[in-house]
Design a protein around this ligand. Sequence first.
Ligand code: X6L
Ligand code: MG
Ligand code: MG
Length: 162
Amino acid sequence: MPTAYLSLGANLGDREANLTSALHRLAETGVIVRRVSSLYETAPVGGPPQPPYLNLAVEVGTALSPRELLRLCLAIEAELGRVRTEHWGPRTLDIDLLLYEGVTSDGPELTLPHPRLAERQFVLAPLAEIAPDLRLPDGRTAAEAVDPGDPGVRAWGPAAGV
Ligand code: X6L
Ligand code: MG
Ligand code: MG
């Protein structure tokens, strides 16, 4: 079964509950949630001034195609009350598809690997926790790409089990 890596974030409402609900919804729909990172509280990057995020990363196994997995992630965002108003604005839930097996794709709907994956410490810190040896598109491993001194990322606590 193909392996994929997802990045989840929330900065509105009960952030931890939103992330936990998202993991349960994924697990209910034929996605095998294999590894879940702990939670990180992170300073917002880009967009308007907004509250701090909780971020985590998950490794999943899935028989869904990349596009099917993306559709599922968007449907779960909508269920959790995401309203898309301003670009890069605050949200109850964001689920980004980072990597899907060895797949590369460049379409209007989905680009794989995620184009800004390696620039974002709020993605890399949780990802390196669950998959330190994972190879990024730039050739570094996740562990090599983490900046442990980034003041915008701090360990917040364990994620609830799925
Ligand atoms: C150069 C220029 C390098 C812009 C990076 C990176 C811009 C990420 C926007 C960038 C650049 C974004 C989250 C967030 C957002 C999240 C935290 C975005 C825009 N989502 N900040 N900002 N966590 N901490 O999940 O991702 S939306
Ligand atoms: Mg995002
Ligand atoms: Mg997104």
